[in-house]
Design a protein around this ligand. Structure first.
Ligand code: SF4
Length: 226
């Protein structure tokens, strides 16, 4: 039996430290909370399949094996979960908090490590009841999928058919940008949904492939990050 001091030590003090390190990823067990609107779609973003992401188990950056749907951060320069009330140090969705938050105990991470990459929720799960959006996401995935982005990036970095690879990747970046603009301006989609539907902009994530946009005279091109 644990001593009193050990029990106190192994209790959540609700200090908010784990919430300040970033929002959780969602699993199938969280689907009801999203479907019911307790966790709104606009509070989520997607790390798309194949996107380089930090893998907590391998402790390295690796392509995501599936979509990873996560709760957004408070700000670009603040990884804190958007639902943390930083003044009162409380969870804004405590009763509907995701399964990772329920399982995480900072003094023993074995339970969360065991379920970390299991039964992840995907965009297809959440969009099954919204077929129009599902089709849009599928088309975006076909034209901007990270498997092909990785191949183009490799060719650009290695200088193999680099010119053609730059053109093809620029085309995908332009399509990605224009789809986001059109979805908001013409289809009146809530701009807060864009990073859930299409992930982070390709113009930003090419950095993960050690590439960046650059000017070549009046033209935009893509160059390796040295
Ligand atoms: S959902 Fe709640 S418990 Fe989970 S990280 Fe965010 S603020 Fe913390």
């Amino acid at each position: 039996m644990l001593e009193d001091s050990a029990i106190k030590k192994n209790q959540c003090r609700r200090c908010g430290t784990c919430c300040a390190k970033g929002g959780p990823a969602l699993h199938l067990a969280d689907r009801e909370a999203v479907d019911s609107g307790k966790i709104p779609l606009k509070c989520l973003f997607t790390i798309r399949q194949g996107e380089p992401a930090y893998d907590n188990i391998r402790r390295a950056i690796a392509p995501a094996a599936t979509d990873i749907i996560k709760i957004k951060a408070a700000a670009d320069n603040d990884a804190t979960c958007i639902f943390l009330d930083q003044e009162r140090v409380g969870c804004g969705i405590y009763e509907a908090r995701p399964v990772e938050c329920r399982v995480l105990t900072c003094w023993d991470t074995r339970a969360i490590m065991a379920m970390y990459d299991q039964a992840r929720l995907t965009r297809a799960d959440l969009l099954a009841r919204l077929p129009g959006l599902n089709d849009l996401v599928a088309e975006h995935q076909e034209r901007c999928g990270y498997q092909q982005v990785a191949l183009w990036a490799e060719r650009i970095r290695q200088g193999q058919d680099a010119e053609q690879a730059v053109e093809t990747l620029l085309h995908a970046i332009r399509y990605d940008q224009s789809l986001r603009q059109v979805s908001v301006a013409r289809a009146h989609l809530d701009a807060g949904l864009l990073e859930f539907l299409f992930g982070r902009p390709l113009s930003v994530t090419i950095r993960m492939f050690r590439l960046k946009l650059a000017k070549k005279g009046e033209q935009v091109t893509i160059v390796p990050v040295l």
